[in-house]
Design a protein around this ligand. Structure first.
Ligand code: GRF
Length: 195
């Protein structure tokens, strides 16, 4: 798969499962002048993911991949990535764990955004666990995906102070706002130093 793009834009595939606010923020950023990003492809494992409405409206190539059979699904994804000459994958609320085999074969960098201050609170239900532990801070992290869940090199992180009256919902909302800001920035930073 392509790694060097010269002066051409870097072709990004965004993987989603739901809402797609991070997809939208990366897309909007990609439309700014001098942006090096081209969202070429959106992959969803759910046919009713809300983010698909946006990707179709923006005429981005959109593929729905049934994950009932993971091995076949990932084979299909690898083919689509190659066909579209994708340079980077951004996971944005993609609720499937990519297999080690996929990561090995993929040969391009995969980025992910996680709603906690990694390496703390890997996995699901981060806001619930953060509040339960009466943490003072939380935040979000963009990192490179490796074979261990939420454990790859950290590219960008933003901290937020938890309010006394924060609930899971309010914390999620406040952190999501920050996620939407930092994902495109982290992606740009990554592109600048790798392409
Ligand atoms: C975000 O909170 C992200 O950190 C997590 O899943 C959520 C996706 O949100 N991995 P959206 O679909 O981008 O709105």
């Amino acid at each position: 798969m392509e790694k060097s793009t010269g002066n051409k834009k870097v072709k990004v595939a965004v993987f989603i499962s739901g809402r797609g606010t991070n997809l939208r923020s990366i897309y909007n950023f990609s439309k700014k002048r001098n942006s090096k990003i081209n969202i070429k492809l959106v992959i969803s494992n759910k046919k009713d993911a809300q983010g698909l409405i946006f990707s179709k409206k923006k005429k981005i190539i959109t593929k729905i991949i049934n994950y009932n059979k993971k091995i076949q699904a990932e084979k299909k994804i690898l083919k689509i990535l190659k066909l579209n000459k994708i340079n980077i994958i951004c996971l944005a609320g993609f609720m499937k764990i990519l297999s080690e085999n996929f990561i090995n074969k993929c040969n391009i960098k995969i980025l992910n955004i996680h709603p906690s201050l990694l390496p703390r609170y890997k996995g699901l239900n981060t806001h619930y666990r953060v509040l339960k532990n009466k943490e003072i801070f939380s935040g979000c992290t963009v990192h490179i995906v490796n074979k261990k869940l939420d454990s790859g090199k950290i590219l960008f992180q933003k901290k937020l102070k938890i309010n006394k009256n924060d609930t899971i919902k309010s914390l999620e909302k406040r952190i999501l706002k920050i996620e939407n800001k930092i994902y495109p920035l982290a992606l740009m930073k990554f592109i600048r130093s790798n392409f």
